[in-house]
Design a protein. Structure first.
Lengths: 566, 372
């Protein structure tokens, strides 16, 4: 369904539309003033242009808002698109002025206007520009208030809550490529997690006693570390641009029950980088660096864990999903880093907090409560995150106590058990759409390999050495396969960053009457007429038959009346 | 006799806070006399501390005795209301409160040491009811049809855990390791279950009315007192105690970062406000032990901040209580403390015993009405 209005050519506007527009009745068209309606009537400066192709095919389509209130609201945030032809009003346009994404933009396109003014374009703006600006300043579009978590559950489905349900619609065009920044999700930081954990693994392989027989040098660690730094910088800068230019999209990602956990990923990636520093670059890191890295992490987790405890609709029993492990594992990784730097109290602090919340999360996920809506029914790579936290906890405990003692071993064996119970079910991990978030699910395997290396140095035997080789190989192969898939999607299929539907859901369900309308479309006039006549109950005066000239058939009143209530 | 009908076990929060505050000052006094470098000054603060301890202790004893007498009278004259309190999902946990306050008062007594025979006798007198209540309530959690855990769990349930841990701590002070360990493990295992349940906030459990939001402070009281109990049992503030202390600190930080959660409860003075005081004092006590173990600037700053905060909160609460004597025992129409939504009966008159189910459903209806 087209969500944008394309105003038809003047000659083909049904008389109905003209009449309605000119009447300007409250409730349907509350805020339109005369200048706007005049400008629409005299559509001399407006010619329809099809968006995607440059050929001059004119298309007319009329999409009606579902209710007068929404129409009024729509007119506020200027969702209408005006297309200007080159021979229109002297304004040269290389591309059509696309306002559809304005609501996601931080400054609602004002920056663009300022930039175009600076560049010396024609400053005489048509009146609708100024009105739009006013509208932006005075009204918040209704779709852009804080979306409740329920709305995400109702509108989306799938293990990563990124597939739109059939009955839902989105507020951005579905069949077009959105701006790149809008398509860049926070789960892109998963690549950073995957690669930087690989750097740590190669560092352990090169420097641990138990793997001396493999004769691995520090070169791979060095290369991987520099690549990871580059990648983290690129992703971070891109996402910062997204925050600057499309803050609304970032907000919506924050309110997404699954994506919110990925907001921990940048900090975990930085911690991994600090852990994987090659010895040739810097033998020891300064302790103040740890405080700098953990401070924002602490603030974020104060917010998120507090939500679990007290937030009504974001309470844990409702939103618990395996991605929540990302929120918890950072505590253990931070404790590991701090202990490896020689700190004592701070690591214990984060370990305690992480352990307490991990127990809660673990029990909740194992319970698979019926009220939990986000747990995927089928197995999905996200389940590998189960393996991450016990490994990180084992490593952290071992580093805090300077020995791989019973506590660490218990945690390590739990993680091994979980790993194997997922690995033997690998057949069920099929048939899923690739997404960038899959990179985040590789770091548990790498973490398992690292912990096994550490364990093998404490309990060396042929079994542990075989385990080390096996787990490391699996981790490397997985990352390699993922790299190949990513490259294929990026360069061959060109859909590495598909339209991020999860952030564009509507605030309200589309009303059923609209669906009926499209299913039963006879002649457009008749359908419009029936819709207008019976759809709304509040502003009854505009649907007075006498006011509307040349109405079509008025048959089947009962059929229409049935679908008034959504 | 309307005072008796309006009185309930939640009023023991007051004596609990006072007794705990006395204990805090007693510990500070002990540390000060043990380690001259602890505070860094001479004998003047020691005399000051001793006076404060004595004043606080006698005040808390007086308050506790008054409250206990009132409650005992209520037992004899209006036993129905006690039963109704027992049936209520919040009220039942406050039945632990008198015993906890007695235990703290016992510990903080300036002239009694744990080896004294009085201490032993009184410990038995106060600890046995705790265990009896434990058996009854914890058994209900996993066996009883209607009052199972997910239905009744609410933040005040942590008060039962606190009761066990305080008993364990007092027993450890008497060098009764096995008894102490018994009570400790009892408290901790139920704390684990309760912690998970409360964090999950499974829908369908009782919703706490807005007026009782201060009891959320119990979230960090329980690990705080657990850390103290383990300290007493193991003899030093080791890693386990530190971890519990840090958890408590984190939850404290998490709660004070959310002041709007308590906004509704702060509109009108209510005895539930006393629920702010004793958790902070417990945390301050734990931070004192932490500083003793890990000397340094940061632990000292934490301890000072928490102690000052607990004193301020206590003084503020005392002022509020003195300024609003009527609100202390409000009549039925003005009170929003859910504990009080019990069927009001006039004590001397014989009344039909409310059946437990009827009371529970009536209370549940009230809860749903008041629940936020």
């Amino acid at each position: 369904m087209q969500t944008d209005d394309k105003l038809p050519n003047e000659s083909s506007i049904p008389p109905l539309i003209i009449a309605i527009i000119s009447n300007e009745v409250a409730g349907f068209d509350k805020e339109r003033d005369d200048s706007k309606s005049d400008q629409i009537k005299s559509a001399s400066c407006i010619r329809p242009i099809s968006i995607s192709s440059s050929s001059e095919t004119h298309s007319v389509s009329i999409s009606m808002p579902s209710s007068p209130a929404e129409a009024a609201a729509r007119s506020h945030h200027g969702n209408r698109v005006f297309f200007k032809d080159e021979d229109g009003n002297g304004r040269e346009t290389a591309k059509p002025k696309d306002k559809r994404f304005d609501n996601f933009k931080t400054w609602s396109g004002k920056l663009e206007r300022q930039l175009s003014n600076l560049r010396g374009k024609h400053v005489a703006e048509p009146p609708e520009e100024e009105e739009d600006r006013q509208d932006h300043q005075t009204h918040t579009p209704p779709d852009f208030d804080r979306l409740p978590a329920d709305r995400y559950f109702a509108a989306l489905e799938g293990p990563e809550l990124d597939t739109l349900r059939a009955s839902e619609e989105i507020i951005l065009p579905k069949d077009e490529k959105w701006p790149f920044l809008l398509r860049f999700p926070i789960s892109s930081f998963g690549i950073c997690l995957g690669l930087s954990s690989q750097a740590i693994m190669w560092k352990s392989l090169a420097s641990s006693d138990s793997t001396k027989f493999l004769n691995i040098g520090h070169g791979i660690n060095l290369v991987l570390w520099f690549v990871s730094i580059a990648l983290v910088s690129v992703v971070a800068i891109t996402y910062t641009f997204k925050i600057i230019f499309y803050f609304e999209a970032v907000r919506r990602e924050y309110y997404h029950p699954i994506r919110v956990n990925f907001f921990f990923a940048p900090f975990i990636a930085l911690l991994f980088l600090a852990l994987g520093v090659p010895p040739s670059v810097s033998p020891a890191l300064p302790p103040p660096l740890w405080y700098v890295l953990m401070a924002p992490f602490l603030c974020l987790e104060l917010k998120i864990y507090g939500q679990w405890m007290s937030g009504g609709q974001r309470r844990l029993s409702k939103v618990a999903n395996p991605s929540n492990h990302l929120a918890v594992v950072g505590n253990f990784v931070g404790a590991l880093l701090g202990a490896s730097m020689g700190l004592k109290e701070g690591p214990i602090f984060f370990f305690a907090v992480g352990l307490a919340h991990y127990i809660v999360l673990f029990v909740t996920l194992y319970q698979r409560l019926p009220t939990n809506e986000t747990l995927p029914r089928e197995l999905h790579p996200v389940f590998f995150l189960f393996v991450a936290a016990p490994n990180a906890a084992a490593l952290a405990w071992a580093t805090i106590h300077r020995s791989f003692d019973y506590g660490s071993r218990i945690a390590f064996f739990i993680s091994l058990f979980l790993y194997f119970s997922l690995a033997v079910r690998v057949n069920f991990f099929r048939g899923f759409k690739f997404s960038l978030a899959w990179w985040a699910y590789t770091f548990p395997m790498t973490a398992a390999a690292i912990t096994t290396i550490r364990y093998a140095s404490v309990a060396p035997s042929i079994v542990t050495k075989c385990l080390v080789v096996a787990l490391s190989t699996v981790a490397i192969l997985t990352v390699g396969a993922l790299l190949v898939t990513t490259i294929i999607h990026a360069f061959v299929l060109k859909d590495l960053f598909p339209n991020d539907i999860a952030i564009a859901i509507r605030e309200r369900r589309p009303k059923k009457s609209r669906k009926w309308y499209y299913r039963n479309s006879g002649s457009p006039d008749a359908s419009i007429l029936r819709y207008l006549k019976y759809t709304s109950s509040d502003s009854s005066d505009i649907f007075d038959d006498k006011k509307l000239p040349s109405l079509g058939d008025q048959d089947e009143p009962d059929h229409c009346a049935k679908v008034v209530e959504p | 006799m309307s005072i008796l009908t309006r009185f309930h076990a939640g009023y023991f929060r007051i004596s609990l806070s006072l007794g705990l505050q006395a204990l805090l000052w007693k510990v500070l006094l002990q540390l000060h006399s043990k380690d001259a470098a602890f505070q860094g000054s001479g004998t003047k603060p020691k005399a000051l501390y001793a006076t404060i301890v004595a004043v606080l202790w006698w005040f808390s004893v007086v308050v506790q005795v008054v409250l206990s007498l009132l409650y005992a009278l209520k037992c004899f004259l209006c036993f129905n209301t006690i039963k109704a309190e027992f049936m209520h999902h919040v009220g039942v946990n406050y039945l632990f409160a008198p015993w906890i306050s007695w235990l703290f008062i016992l510990e903080s007594a300036p002239f009694v040491t744990p080896n004294h025979i009085c201490f032993v006798v009184f410990w038995w007198v106060f600890a046995v009811p705790v265990v009896v209540l434990d058996v009854k309530i914890y058994g209900q959690w996993f066996t009883k049809g209607k009052r199972f855990l997910t239905a009744v769990a609410n933040p005040t349930s942590q008060l039962s855990v606190v009761g066990n841990l305080v008993g364990a701590r007092a027993a450890a002070k008497m060098r009764w390791q096995e008894v102490a360990l018994f009570l400790f493990s009892l408290g901790m295992v139920h704390y684990l279950v309760l912690f998970v349940t409360l964090y999950q906030r499974v829908a369908g459990g009782h919703v706490l009315p807005a007026m009782l939001r201060p009891v959320f402070f119990l979230f960090f009281a329980a690990p705080g007192v657990a850390s103290l109990a383990w300290f007493s049992i193991s003899g030093s503030f080791d890693t386990a105690s530190k971890m519990l202390f840090f958890l408590s600190l984190f939850m404290f930080a998490s709660l004070i970062c959310r002041p709007f959660m308590f906004k509704k409860a702060m509109e009108r003075y209510n005895v539930a406000w006393w629920a702010y005081s004793y958790p902070i004092t417990m945390l301050a006590l734990a931070s004192t032990r932490y500083e003793e173990q890990v000397k340094g600037g940061v632990p000292r700053a934490i301890r000072l901040a928490l102690s000052i905060l607990s004193v301020l909160v206590l003084i503020t609460l005392l002022i509020f209580t003195a300024a609003n004597p009527k609100l202390l025992l409000p009549d039925h129409h003005h009170d929003h403390d859910n504990l009080r939504r019990l069927p009001i009966t006039h004590c001397p008159k014989p009344t039909p015993t409310p059946t437990p189910t009827a009371t529970a459903t009536a209370l549940q209806k009230d809860t749903n009405v008041e629940g936020t």
